[in-house]
Design a binder for this molecule. Structure first.
Ligand code: EPU
Length: 427
């Protein structure tokens, strides 16, 4: 078994460089299935969710050639199957992007129901509604989603809920469909714009990504290109939160400050000072941390993927803070673990009430999912004493070299393997 051992109480200081965005990479890599020639993808984060999607493409027949640490060439021309079995897809949510990509290229796809973080029901009805509007039939049997279309015809798709996954999947399926597709009530996250930029550079005709109406005029061919993935908004936000919780002073490099506006605004309310530069920002804490209210919302609202991390900061902010989860049904499972460290949090449905405490104390805890794990790392860095975090494979799904990056900021963190324990590799 592997765990992180963190001796807390050290202010983070120095510089940290942010890697490419996980949620853009796991969409752009499957999108290479639509290309007629090889693609070179740069700024690919070295995290287990990305290794997994690359491995799935490889197993399906794609050639993958690493060019350097964060650049790969992907040639999907020899993909020989539109089927992605359970064993491959079960570990990650984003395996469902193979549905849209394979449907777009082969007009048929059979992909196992997706895995990923467990925060309540994670339906895919909006993805299927979108495929159906484009003329595809689907069935779900024995845990496999089977989609098929004789031909894909552009259409109008109105989403009943704002869904990142459904917006991306319909873009992937529609980009080579005949005629015009209009997605209404589309998600607006930075990784949606990044995918649209990638597809447009390949020759697609997509307008409006980043607004709630996206228009896609189908094209016959998409060419392989070189493309660099945007920086990870949530990784950046996590280091910002860690800097604030430890009352540190950190320069966050290789970012797009605009993508971090909602996070910066909340951290400023809590007491952080944030200076923005072209592609970096500096976070410091001149005074005390104070309460605030946070409600997560689709972009440009406060991101749900930062909810556990900001809650960890608020456990140390003076006064009573209210955190409302506006996207997922059940994203407060990590609260029990923070309580083991002395946090005072009560949860009622989608609302958490956080009573700020003077200090947290180190304890043995478990990561229950990716961002929950990040919240525990933040709490541990700020806490008095030693915290041991188990089930770190969740954290390594989404944070490249977190131990080295934090050590570079002065944190006392190490990863240890318990002799005789089972090593569960991050998948
Ligand atoms: N929803 C439906 N029907 C659908 C799809 C979604 O009702 O067909 C609902 C969901 O139940 C949820 C809401 O719509 O209440 C939003 O879900 P969305 O589809 O936007 O989430 P997702 O695409 O499955 C992505 C990220 C998540 C992030 C959410 C919200 C990826 C691979 N995952 O998930 O990221 O929480 O958007 O921003 O992009 C993470 O990185 O830690 C992570 C979980």
């Amino acid at each position: 078994m592997e765990k992180y051992v963190i001796n807390g109480g050290k202010k983070l200081s120095g510089e940290v460089a942010i890697s490419g965005a996980k949620n853009a990479a796991v969409a752009i890599i499957p999108a290479t299935i639509l290309a007629d020639s090889p693609c070179v993808i740069e700024n690919v984060p070295n995290i287990s969710d990305v290794s997994m999607i690359i491995r799935i493409l490889y197993e399906m027949g794609a050639s993958i050639r690493p060019i350097n640490k964060s650049t790969i060439e992907i040639d999907t021309r020899r993909i020989h199957t539109p089927i992605v079995p359970y064993e491959m897809a079960k570990h990650m949510r984003a395996s469902y992007y193979l549905l849209g990509s394979l449907l777009g290229r082969f007009h048929t796809a059979k992909v196992s129901m997706p895995g990923g973080c467990d925060f309540g029901v994670r339906p895919i009805d909006q993805h299927l509604k979108g495929f159906k509007a484009l003329g595809a039939d689907y069935s779900i049997e024995h845990g496999m989603i089977d989609v098929h279309a004789d031909s894909l015809i552009g259409s109008q798709v109105y989403f009943d809920v704002v869904s990142v996954g459904a917006t991306i999947n319909v873009m992937l399926a529609a980009v080579k469909a005949q005629g015009l597709t209009i997605i209404e009530n589309a998600a607006k996250e930075p990784h949606i714009v990044d995918l649209a930029n990638f597809l447009n550079s390949m020759g697609a005709d997509i307008m409006g990504a980043g607004t709630d109406v996206i228009k896609i005029r189908g094209v016959e061919h998409l060419n392989g290109i070189s493309y660099s993935i945007i920086p990870d908004q949530i990784e950046a936000g996590t280091y910002m939160a860690a800097a604030v919780a430890t009352r540190g002073d950190v320069l966050i490099k290789n970012i797009i400050p605009k993508h971090l506006e909602a996070i910066s605004a909340k951290l400023e309310k809590i007491g952080a000072q944030i200076e923005e530069f072209d592609d970096s920002l500096r976070v410091s804490v001149p005074g005390e941390l104070v309460k605030t209210s946070v409600k997560t919302m689709p972009h440009p609202g406060f991101p749900t993927d930062m909810q556990p991390q900001i809650t960890a900061v608020l456990t140390l902010a003076k006064g009573t803070s209210i955190v409302t989860e506006g996207v997922w049904d059940n994203r407060f499972r990590y609260v029990d673990e923070l309580r083991r460290m002395g946090a005072d949090i009560s949860v009622d449905g989608k609302v958490a009430v956080v009573e700020g405490r003077e200090k947290l104390t180190g304890a043995p805890v478990k990561a229950t999912d990716l961002r929950a794990g990040a919240a525990l790392v933040i709490a541990a860095l700020a806490a008095e004493g030693t915290t041991e975090i188990e089930d770190i494979y969740h954290i390594e799904r989404g944070y490249e070299e977190i131990v080295n990056k934090l050590r570079g900021l002065g944190a006392d963190i190490k990863k240890i393997t318990i002799p005789g324990g089972v090593v569960r590799k991050a998948l």
